[in-house]
Design a protein around this ligand. Structure first.
Ligand code: IMP
Length: 437
């Protein structure tokens, strides 16, 4: 039984915690897309760990964490994270035995980070609000067939040739368009060789490893990063990230067939957040600023990667249904319902108004997305309850049960996990996807 966990909104849904919980049932935990633009916050025994690149399952002993070919890989960040885990005593085996990196993953180099920053600065009011980690420029090079892969770091001739042609082109852009100093090849080449040498023990054929694990029926957890609405094909383009964040990304990002994934769990908060710019139909920053402020404060809605305050809005059921469709969700993990404890009433978006029309689906055009006005259903809040005593959905306050049932009915997917706080123990597992047949 293999399970995928994907973000069903604009990221930051609490995937880190859910992945950490499901990791207990998996042997392999795999990142298949994105890079260190992700920020997965885990709280175990009251201790907080934030991971950006290494799969969140790393905090469980005996698990193997894989970084597959679909990831854009920043070696510098990777080694910083490995060191952080080692210093914290979080690894129970040598790092290279429990973390494996695909030969085919594309490498994020300093000029990718530089270009990401310069593009954002020059875009002024049209900027995307990226994490400035070089993600977009690294994927651009990959698709343009001039990217540097992890394996190239270990082959001097190929590395030099590829760096030379990449730098020649980047330097034209830097000098003539951005009016910035040019990049020198020699120090970068030396640094890449050094990182390649250091990386050797971690590098493997991740795809081959996964195929063997599948044949041996060893349980695998695929850990999505960002969220469905940030998907490069199916998100609110162009205000998206540069990878396939949806479950479909697993096939290309790992080199496995569709049958490798048996359950797809979509994570959603009980409300919505978004960082960066772009359309957000249920945003309440202007219409209900006090409520937005309150949710941000209680939910500590600040980016784990950049520290930016997240934009706040009500739960958008139309967008969630869309996420269920594009991912083929088999279950929903509902997080941060506790943030809304004691709210007198809550809102759920069930349709949109666009001019004189009522829409029941997310439109594709960016200008339509920006002009949407949500239709809300207002439902009563659930006050306070002792989450520690709750062992099943039926024991929850009736209003919270009603909230969950409304989501399930609208989206057509059952809630299989309810998170009631940041800790591992503050979780109600309704149905374990690893035990589904
Ligand atoms: P990039 O992935 O850094 O290129 O950023 C593109 C868009 O995706 C921006 O709006 C970012 O704020 C957003 N984004 C990227 N990673 C995350 C994430 O892990 N959580 C939430 N938003 C993200």
């Amino acid at each position: 039984m293999n399970v995928a966990v994907v973000g069903a909104q604009w990221g930051d849904e609490g995937k880190g915690k859910v992945v950490d919980i499901y990791s207990a049932s998996a042997k392999y935990i795999v990142r298949f897309q994105g890079g260190n633009n992700a920020g997965h916050t885990l709280v175990v025994n009251g201790k907080k760990t934030v991971l950006h690149l290494i799969p969140s399952g790393i905090l469980h002993p005996g698990k193997i964490c894989l970084i597959a070919n679909g990831v854009v890989f920043d070696p510098k960040v990777f080694f910083e994270e490995v060191e952080q885990l080692e210093t914290a005593g979080a690894l129970t085996a040598p790092a290279h035995e429990v973390i494996r990196v695909s030969e085919r993953a594309h490498v994020i180099l300093p000029f990718h980070r530089l270009l990401d920053r310069l593009r954002e600065e020059h875009a002024a009011k049209d900027k995307i609000g990226t994490t400035v980690r070089g993600i977009g420029p690294a994927y651009e090079d990959k698709v343009a067939r001039r990217g540097i892969q992890v394996i190239d770091l270990m082959h001097e001739d190929v590395l030099f040739k590829k760096l030379k042609s990449a730098i020649e082109e980047k330097n034209i852009l830097l000098k003539h368009y951005f009016r910035e100093p040019e990049i020198e090849i020699a120090p970068l080449f030396e640094e890449c060789k050094r990182l390649g040498e250091k990386l050797k023990p971690f590098v493997t054929d991740v795809r081959g490893l996964l195929i063997k694990a599948l044949a041996a029926k060893q349980p695998i957890l695929f850990e999505g990063a960002q969220g469905t609405l940030l998907d490069v094909d199916h998100g609110t383009y162009p205000f998206v990230t540069s990878s396939s964040t949806i479950a479909g990304g697993i096939m290309t990002g790992c080199g496995v067939g569709a049958q490798a994934v048996s359950q797809v769990i979509g994570i959603t908060k009980a409300y919505t957040t978004r960082v960066g710019t772009g359309p957000f139909p249920t945003e309440i920053e202007e219409t209900e600023p006090d409520t937005a402020q309150l949710i941000r404060k209680i939910g500590t809605e600040f980016g784990a990667t950049t520290g930016r305050p997240r934009r706040i809005g009500w739960l958008d059921l139309v967008a969630l249904k869309y996420a269920a469709e594009v991912n083929g969700l088999t279950g929903i993990a509902l997080t941060k319902a506790d943030v809304l404890n004691d709210f007198k009433e809550l809102k759920l978006c069930t349709a949109y108004r666009l001019g004189a029309s009522t829409l029941h689906e997310l439109p594709s055009s960016i200008s339509d997305l920006e002009a949407l006005c949500p239709y809300y259903e207002t439902i009563p809040g659930w006050g306070h309850y002792d989450a520690a005593k709750i062992k099943s959905l039926r024991e929850l306050p009736a209003e919270l049960q009603n909230f969950i049932t409304r989501i399930e009915k609208f989206v057509g997917v059952p809630v299989v996990l309810l998170s009631t706080g940041p800790g591992r123990e503050e979780t109600l597992i309704v149905k374990d996807p690893f035990s589904e047949v």
